[in-house]
Design a protein around this ligand. Sequence first.
Ligand SMILES: O=C(O)CCC(=O)C(=O)O
Ligand SMILES: [Fe+2]
Length: 218
Amino acid sequence: MNTPLFRHIEEQLLCNGLAICQPFDLQLPSTPLSELSHPLRTRVLNLGEQKKLQLAGTGREQSHQLNRQIRRDRIHWLTAQDPAEKAWLDFMAQLQQHLNRTLLLGLFSYECHFAHYQPGDFYQKHKDAFSGQSNRILSTVLYLNPDWQPDDGGELLIYSDEESDSVRSRLLPQLGTLVTFLSEEFPHEVLAANRHRYSIAGWFRLNSSVSNRVDPPR
Ligand SMILES: O=C(O)CCC(=O)C(=O)O
Ligand SMILES: [Fe+2]
């Protein structure tokens, strides 16, 4: 059922290391992303009301104060307990299977969290993985904001490489847009918005188990 979408992601990843899927892409007449996104937006709004979104960190050793200079979002990890969250995890499990079959990526697990950026919040230029130091291989972001306008800000900037400041893609966080990219390849940055900005950021990982110890997700 999701084959055209998965094939689109597969082909773009193969050519560019980066795949952008927009809900009204004419090449993808029946993308399920809009359908999946609505209940996920409702869910993250509820989590916000229940104060279940927590300040995010960027690494265990870093102090809270330093984190605040790098990223300002609040997060909540998805689990299969909630039906909307489970639907997203199931969908990503299908994508994992597809990419392993077609691109032989050896993706082993997927972890993801909701993120809420309040007006003015940002995430400075960073990479999600550094070669040899992490088993995060593929990053994904699904956006959950209906009617996002260019004036609202909050774009995701994806840079060509570490050295240059040349922006390869600039993306509005529009409801149902999904971006997938190789975690070690692309530095990226979230610009401050003047609206509340919701998303699901996730990572496929390789298995880095040693001596029969299976690496836990996260
Ligand atoms: O929300 C986005 O556009 C990207 C978020 C991000 O880069 C991250 O959470 O690592
Ligand atoms: Fe990131």
